[in-house]
Write a protein that binds this ligand. Sequence first.
Ligand code: AMP
Ligand code: MG
Length: 421
Amino acid sequence: MINDHSNRCRDLCANDTIPVAVARRRILKATEAVTGTDTVSVGAALHRVLAETVVSPLDVPAHTNAAVDGFAVRGSDLPREGTGRLRIIGTALAGRPFPSPLPVGQTIRIMTGAPLPKGADTVLMQEQVLENDGFIQIEARHRPGENVRHAGEDIRRGETVLAAGKYLLPPDLGLLASLGVVEVTVTRRLRVGLLSTGDEILPPGSLHQPGKIYDSNRFSLRGAVTARLVADIIDYGIAPDDPPTLKRTFQEMAQRCDVILCSGGVSVGSADYTKEALTALGSVEFWKVAIKPGRPLAFGCIGDCLFFGLPGNPVAVLVTFYQFVLPALLKRAGVHHPPPFPTFPARSLEKLRKKPGRTEFQRGILERDETGRWQVRTTGKQGSGILSSMSRGDCFIVLEHDRGPVETGDWVEVLPFSALM
Ligand code: AMP
Ligand code: MG
């Protein structure tokens, strides 16, 4: 009887839940990039977002140069058959070019990166020629043009190097520097407000009291945001389950922040306080998302500020952060093509319980089998409050919406934490 009732209840609930992909789409649709820019030095531009397209002021490479250590020759001096001999008349080093054109029938020693002298169009690898008494001896196996990097072959002057909206990663910084660029215009830093809610939540550092727990969500969220974006994190601490206080806090946050990340107070039972506080402040909806962990989620706007009401459970906070908040933060920061968060297949070393109709994110530990293929086991107990299950893990095991139970040896998709954090 009880089973019957709870099954029916579950079915009813299943009807008003929204799939992960739908929730993410709705969130991204409502998310707009902030306006306003900062100028920062290239060295400080990691994880910033370009606000202006960067056009190359130079050809890269700037001059035609040797791709290997060896000898610069004229292609027309290469023997068609038998062997040829060229006199060595000088040296070109990277940064120290040979000062005059290369005469016919002669060669210079050249190091990788050194400009080719006028007239030379070919570099013979040091190991492929015989050097003797001021001459090199060449066999007939070389092709004119070999081992040369041409001016502008990587980038031409005036070419777009990085487009506006580019999320800047380490190679981009090197690329900008290689063009002689010193500063770039990037979108301004996002202001992200953090709030934990709940009468039971205590700040670390305070005396532990019976029935209370220390706040972890503000700390995971701060780390999760700053690992991917340069943002100003504004910490609003902990608010009690008291609608007037919550309302005041949300109002204050919305005035200063681009995005509010609030945790707790969205699950059945405790959502009432948050709902009451948000009524009249903005348009925030309370969703049931077909995701485990992390089913309850509130999302909307207070004025220009995006509001995320994340579930209170510490694992659910992080799961929903990566599925919903991070894509929105990147878009809000002006990123045009967000980096992919790729999954790959691994064999499950365990049976996993899973019901079709929701996406599950279990926490796993990856390793390779003796043939080098990936396999994964869970970190043990998967309760959404067990943060150590995430701390011990190195990936999410992503069990897709329609998927049923997993048998030992089945393939599952994994999303490595190293792609996210
Ligand atoms: P709630 O969504 O407010 O009902 O919270 C769900 C669960 O998460 C409860 O067990 C809370 O005590 C816990 N929780 C809520 N906020 C936090 C927090 N900031 N740090 C750790 N646990 C929390
Ligand atoms: Mg609560």
